[in-house]
Design a protein around this ligand. Structure first.
Ligand code: BGC
Length: 740
């Protein structure tokens, strides 16, 4: 890594030490002031065939080669969406054991999505971009924006919810923030990659309407509005072809239809075929065969699909040099946009500002699902606040797969509660259940000891006994990042809380004490006890500052304003995936891969529950506040070629707070079956007590359209529509009819 940096620095010094006239006379590719495309073409024509091939595949676990002879540095890739992965050994997943690479852990992307706040997404991107820059990384492997098709997907916590518009709106500022630092955001995992079960052997069979309406829009926004410089292909197949070299997705849609000029990076080990890798839009092959130097063929990197086999094809004419030039240009463009960009800075790492941003994002994404006034917590002076649950204590930054981080510190909820109630109340913790005792991932350790030999009965009895003289019970449980929970590589088996937590919550609720439940998870969980407790907070994996952020909301220091980015169903069986052919896929005769039929079409998440009138526990977009809001005087008018809705939002309560005003469009008469409503706009508005503001949201015909697969175009059919404005998909305050 250092070597790469010095090569770049030397090349830049060479340029900078010349007079302006001389610099213009020097090699164009080294001139940071020359137009990007001229630099790319100049470098390209100086490179040999072998050098061009060398930059299209990995040279280590997380780097791909540069052109040392020309002073063009390597590209350094890093996970992930939530912080900068610790330095790894050259050829392995495990951390290298450096002592200066403990990062700021930012909240999981689902937590960011729950803020519904574009500015916070920009802040997140900017901060993580600075951390990447400081660590001399050029490509940040994130953000992830696959849609929440099933609540079981093990990576739901790494994504931005179940709605393409919400994810699209939030991914754009994140990318812009990252890339403002000269670091490429690598948006993943492209595309229709919605489960971890059999993730490398499942063929997603999706009709074009569903593809274009649900699974592509956030990626399109990332490319066309966010200007993403990199995209990662996903592990699965789509229409029978692996997505890291899927012609339709990469060549036809991404590069031709959307005009993507960046680099397509394979997921680690996602490249599977010599010919397709050469022909179908993949630009950098990464991670093929883990332990590349010694695990398989000798010197595996040279045996990558885009290494020797590609060279052979180029030499005997089976692959075209034009194709190679396209790949190499894209890699060079990425280098000139990042480590050889005109404006260089060193970034910043673990700054107080980054931790403050992490805390703010974590807190603003917490969702108050239910509250009868028990929150903010009021504990009488000297009273006992009983905390129950493993997640009050367990560190969560370590684990979960490639988003695993080594952070400088992580504030657990219990410590933050002790801090907040110091001298005011007696904070007592009972574990209540033993869940996951893992404390290490890829050789990153938390340092906690989670061993506990007590039986479930003993743990429950201890918690219930301790509740007897408590003023209030605060249960902090949910999921964690171990296998079959919120975890890469495996899906969940159900949405029921694990480790007998439902029974424990019921037992605690039966004591009659005021009780608050904090569910920490990255994906939807069933809450059959919801009516028996006084308040519920949906917490997430909040990163370094998670404990502080949670306690900020519990004590009222921060007024909750998060909104669910996915539906919280009552039960898994209520959802749209009913058959094995939908999920997890079926084996069909003569086909090597699991076939997975997206029979539910566009009806996922609230599009399914709302249209089919299926009751849910908490609706998409739901989230309460410690204040109350009123929406009045809603109206709609034509503006330009579209429409503008406006309404007055008033904070009718006693404290300052924020509401997310959501705009859904409903098409009442259409030639195809459409969801009863679809999110097409939102504004997060902060108001002081008694304050009001007029809000406007505009939309065009595209917000009314469906994708006509036969015509291959978006169609807005004439007729009646409704603009629905409200505080969640189930809480509509105004229904404005209009027509085209
Ligand atoms: C994951 C990617 C990740 C890559 C590198 C893969 O297993 O799917 O999201 O960026 O590994 O760690």
């Amino acid at each position: 890594m250092r070597h790469r940096f010095f090569v770049a620095a030397a090349a830049l010094l060479l340029v900078l030490s010349c007079s302006p006239k001389k610099r213009a006379d020097g090699p164009v590719y080294l001139n940071p002031e020359a137009p990007l495309e001229e630099r790319v073409q100049d470098a390209l024509q100086r490179m040999t065939l072998e050098e061009k091939v060398a930059i299209t595949h990995a040279q280590s676990k997380f780097s791909s080669a540069g052109v040392p002879r020309l002073g063009i540095p390597e590209l350094w890739h890093t996970d992930g969406p939530h912080g900068i992965r610790p330095e790894v050994l050259w050829d392995e997943w495990d951390q290298a054991g450096w002592t200066n690479d403990s990062c700021t852990a930012f909240p999981a992307l689902v937590n960011l999505a729950a803020t519904w706040d574009r500015e916070l997404s920009r802040l997140y991107g900017d901060c993580i971009g600075q951390e990447a820059k400081y660590r001399e990384k050029d490509i940040l492997l994130g953000p992830g924006i696959n849609m929440g098709r099933t609540p079981l997907n093990g990576r739901t916590f790494e994504y931005m919810g179940e709605d393409p518009y919400l994810a699209g709106q939030l991914v754009v500022p994140y990318i812009q923030g990252v890339q403002a630092n000269g670091v490429a955001a690598c948006v993943k995992h492209f595309a229709v990659n919605n489960q971890e079960t059999k993730r490398t052997s499942t063929n997603s069979i999706v009709d074009d309407r569903t593809l274009y309406e649900i699974y592509l829009p956030a990626f399109k926004a990332a490319v066309k509005e966010g200007g993403a410089w990199a995209i990662m292909g996903s592990y699965n197949l789509y229409n029978g072809q692996f997505n890291c070299h899927n012609k339709k997705l990469l060549c036809d849609i991404l590069k031709d239809e959307w005009g993507f000029d960046g680099v397509v990076v394979s997921d680690w080990g996602g490249c599977r075929d010599d010919d397709e890798a050469a022909a179908n839009g993949l630009d950098i092959e990464m991670g093929t065969w883990t332990n590349g130097l010694s695990g398989n063929a000798s010197d595996s990197y040279s045996n990558y699909h885009l290494a020797k086999p590609y060279l052979e094809r180029l030499r005997d004419g089976r692959a075209s040099e034009e194709g190679l030039n396209d790949k190499a240009s894209r890699v060079l463009r990425t280098i000139f946009r990042t480590s050889m960009a005109p404006e260089q800075h060193f970034g910043s790492f673990t700054s107080p500002e980054h931790f403050a941003a992490a805390r703010k994002i974590a807190a603003d994404g917490l969702v108050l699902l239910k509250n009868d006034g028990t929150l903010p917590l009021q504990v009488p002076q000297g009273g006992k606040l009983l905390i129950v649950g493993e997640n009050a204590y367990k560190m969560m930054v370590v684990g979960g797969g490639s988003s695993n981080l080594k952070t400088k510190y992580e504030v657990i909820p219990l410590d933050a509660l002790h801090e907040a109630f110091d001298g005011k109340a007696d904070v007592v913790w009972e574990r209540g259940y033993v869940g996951d005792t893992t404390t290490v991932y890829n050789k990153v350790v938390t340092g906690q000891n989670l061993a506990d030999s007590r039986s479930a009965e003993q743990l429950t009895a201890a918690a219930v006994a301790s509740a007897q003289d408590a003023s209030c019970i605060l249960f902090i449980g949910g999921l964690n990042k171990s296998k079959y929970q919120d975890n890469e590589g495996t899906d969940r088996e159900d949405i029921v809380l694990p480790y007998g937590q439902d029974a424990l919550i019921e037992a605690l609720a039966a004591t009659g004490k005021p009780m608050v439940v904090v569910n920490i998870s990255g994906s939807p969980c069933a809450m059959p006890w919801a009516d028996k407790v006084n308040a519920i907070v949906q917490g997430w994996y909040g990163g370094s500052e998670s404990g502080h952020a949670l306690v900020d909301v519990l004590t009222g220091a921060v007024n909750p304003s998060g909104k669910l980015p996915f539906t919280m169903p009552l039960a898994l069986a209520d959802g749209p995936l009913k058959t094995p052919r939908q999920y997890p896929g079926i084996k069909e005769e003569g086909n090597k891969w699991w076939q997975e039929y997206y029979d539910e079409g566009v009806f996922i998440g609230y599009r399914w529950y709302d249209t089919k009138n299926i009751p849910v526990q908490y609706a998409f977009g739901h989230g309460l506040s410690y204040t109350s809001f009123e929406l009045a005087d809603a109206s709609i008018k034509r503006s330009g070629s579209g429409w503008t809705v406006s309404a007055t939002l008033r904070n009718t309560g006693e404290v300052a707070g924020a509401e997310v005003v959501q705009l859904y469009i409903s098409d009442t008469e259409a030639s195809v079956e459409r969801p009863s409503k679809e999110l097409k706009g939102f504004e997060k508005v902060y108001l002081g007590p008694g304050e009001s503001r007029r809000i406007e949201m505009s939309f065009g015909k595209d917000a009314l359209s469906f994708f006509d697969a036969d015509k291959h175009e978006w169609v807005a059919e004439p007729g009646e529509f409704h603009a629905l404005i409200g505080f969640s998909s189930a809480d509509i305050k105004a229904d404005l009819e209009f027509s085209i």
